[in-house]
Design a protein around this ligand. Structure first.
Ligand code: ASP
Ligand code: MG
Length: 450
C-alpha cells in the first residue's frame, strides 16, 4: 500500500509548555506519514492577545506584551538548543511590544496582525522542539503565504482555489525535504495583509492545508481523547465515539461539542479526507474517526447541548398570503451579520434562534438598532436563557415513530421550538436553560446508553 499523507494539528493546550510540545513531537515522530504540522498559539496566548487588543491604555497593552514575552522565553529556556531560534523569537516579541506601545486606533486589520503573533511564536518554538527530537530537517512555513482569504478581518473566509495554487507553490516543493511546521488560524488577503479565521480556527486551517496538499488523513490532536456521545461533564456515562460520519460530525460541531471548529468538515468533505480526533496527552487511547461512510449508522449517535440561545418570534398580519416578508426579515438580520440557526414558520409568524454567546465567532447580539428595524414592520418577542438540544444521527427525518418516544420522555418539560426534517442528521429543539442538563440525561439514558 502506498504511504498515506497526513496533516496533524495540535491545539493550544497541546502547546502549553516545552514538555507538552515534546509530547506532540513524539506523536509526530511516531509516524513518517505526518508531514504537515499545524499548530495553535500556546495555551492562553490568544486570550491574552484578545485582552491586549481590547485594552485602551498603552501601559496595559505593554504589560500584556511583557507577559507574553515571559511566557514564551520560559518555554525557550527549557529547550536543548534555544539559540537556534532565540533571535527570531525575540524579534517577534519586540515587534509585538512595539505595536502594543504605539498609540493607534485598533482596527480589525491591526487586531488580526496582533493575533498572528500567537501562532507565529508557538510554531517557531515547536519547529525547534521537533528538530531537537528528530535530529532531522524541519521547515517552518508562514501560513500567510498559503491560506488566502477575503478581507473580513476577525473571521475571514478562505479562498480554496487560491489556497490550492499557493500550496503548489509553497508546500509541495518542500514536502520531500522534511516535515513542515506551520500556523493555524492565520492567513492573508490577496494583498498580503494578515487575516484570521476566527477563534478556534486552527482546525479549519489544518483542514484547508490537508485539502490543498491532497492529504489522505487529517489528525486533530486536542485535549479530549475523543468525541463523546454527549458532554461527559453533563452525563458521566457518556461514551467515546469510535467512528462517526462527516455529516454527523459537521452537525455536531455546529450544534454543540466544541471539539472541532464548525467549518473543519467542509474541506474534509470536499476532498473525502478522513479526520481523526485524539488527545495529545493520551495518544494511545482510542480517538474518533470521522469518515464518509460509517460501518454502523444508529438513529441517534450523539446528543449535544448548546447554551445561550435566544428565541426571536416575529409576527405580522401582513404575512398572510403575502410574499416578501421573510426576505425582508432576513435582509435586516443579514445586514447586521446576525446568523440564524433554526427557523420555523407559520402563516403569520416566524420563530428563529440565535446564538447569544458573544464568544462564538461570527455571532452578534440583537442590538436595539436591529430590534427597532424589525419592529417597524412586525411584532417582535424575545425569549432568552434557552438551550438548544440536538439529537445527531441518521435518518432522523424518516424514522417513523421517533418523535413519540423522544418527546414522550420529556412529558414534563416545556419544549419550545422543534426543528425536524430539514436534515436527516439532526432533530433539535429548545428547552429552558435550567432544565437542559436533565433533558440531556434523560435522552442519553433512554436512547444511547446500552
Ligand atoms: N489560537 C486561536 C484561538 O485560540 C486559534 C486556535 O487555537 O484554533 O482561538
Ligand atoms: Mg481548538
Amino acid at each position: 500500500m502506498p504511504n498515506l499523507f497526513k496533516v496533524a494539528k495540535f491545539g493550544g493546550t497541546s502547546m502549553a509548555d516545552a514538555a507538552a510540545m515534546r509530547r506532540c513531537a513524539a506523536i509526530v515522530l511516531s509516524d513518517p506519514d505526518k508531514k504537515i504540522i499545524v499548530v495553535s498559539a500556546t495555551a492562553g496566548t490568544t486570550n491574552l492577545l484578545t485582552e491586549l487588543v481590547s485594552d485602551s491604555s498603552t501601559d496595559q497593552r505593554v504589560a500584556i506584551a511583557e507577559q507574553i514575552r515571559d511566557k514564551h522565553l520560559a518555554i525557550c529556556n527549557d529547550l536543548e538548543e534555544p539559540e537556534n531560534i532565540q533571535e527570531k523569537v525575540e524579534e517577534l516579541l519586540d515587534e509585538l511590544k512595539a505595536i502594543a506601545s504605539r498609540k493607534q486606533i485598533m482596527t480589525g486589520m491591526l487586531r488580526d496582525e496582533i493575533f498572528s503573533f500567537g501562532e507565529r511564536l508557538s510554531s517557531t518554538i515547536f519547529a525547534q522542539v521537533l528538530r531537537e527530537e528528530s535530529g532531522s530537517e524541519v521547515i517552518w512555513l508562514d501560513a500567510r503565504n498559503v491560506i488566502v482569504t477575503d478581507s473580513n478581518f476577525g473571521s475571514a473566509e478562505p479562498l480554496p482555489e487560491q489556497i490550492a495554487f499557493k500550496s503548489d507553490e509553497f508546500v509541495q516543493p518542500k514536502l520531500n525535504s522534511g516535515r513542515i511546521v506551520t500556523q493555524g488560524f492565520i492567513g492573508s488577503n490577496r494583498q498580503g495583509v494578515t487575516t484570521t479565521l476566527g477563534r478556534g480556527g486552527s482546525d479549519y486551517s489544518a483542514a484547508l492545508f490537508a485539502e490543498a496538499a491532497d492529504a489522505d488523513v487529517l489528525e486533530i490532536w486536542t485535549d479530549v481523547t475523543a468525541i463523546y456521545t454527549t458532554d461527559p461533564r453533563i452525563v458521566p456515562g457518556a461514551k467515546p465515539i469510535t467512528e462517526i460520519s462527516f455529516d454527523e460530525a459537521a452537525e455536531l460541531s455546529v450544534f454543540g461539542a466544541k471539539v472541532l471548529h464548525p467549518a473543519t468538515m467542509i474541506p474534509a468533505i470536499r476532498k473525502n479526507i478522513k479526520v481523526y480526533v485524539g488527545s495529545s496527552m493520551k495518544p494511545d487511547e482510542p480517538g474518533t474517526w470521522i469518515v464518509k461512510e460509517t460501518k454502523n449508522n444508529p438513529v441517534i449517535r450523539a446528543i449535544s447541548l448548546r447554551r445561550n440561545q435566544t428565541l426571536l418570534t416575529v409576527r405580522s398580519l401582513e404575512m398572510l398570503h403575502q410574499y416578501g416578508f421573510l426576505a425582508k426579515l432576513f435582509s435586516v438580520l443579514s445586514e447586521h451579520k446576525i446568523s440564524v440557526d433554526l427557523v420555523t414558520t407559520s402563516e403569520v409568524s416566524v420563530a428563529l434562534t440565535l446564538d447569544s454567546d458573544i464568544n462564538t465567532p461570527g455571532k452578534q447580539k440583537l442590538t436595539d438598532e436591529v430590534l427597532e428595524k424589525l419592529r417597524s414592520f412586525c411584532e417582535v418577542e424575545i425569549d432568552r436563557n434557552l438551550s438548544l438540544i440536538a439529537l445527531i444521527g441518521n435518518n432522523l427525518d424518516a424514522t417513523a415513530g421517533l418523535s413519540g418516544p423522544v418527546f414522550g420522555a420529556l412529558e414534563d418539560v416545556n419544549v419550545r421550538l422543534i426543528c425536524h426534517g430539514a436534515s436527516s442528521h439532526n432533530l433539535c429543539f429548545l428547552v429552558s436553560e435550567n432544565e437542559s442538563e436533565e433533558v440531556v440525561n434523560i435522552l442519553h439514558n433512554k436512547f444511547i446508553k446500552e
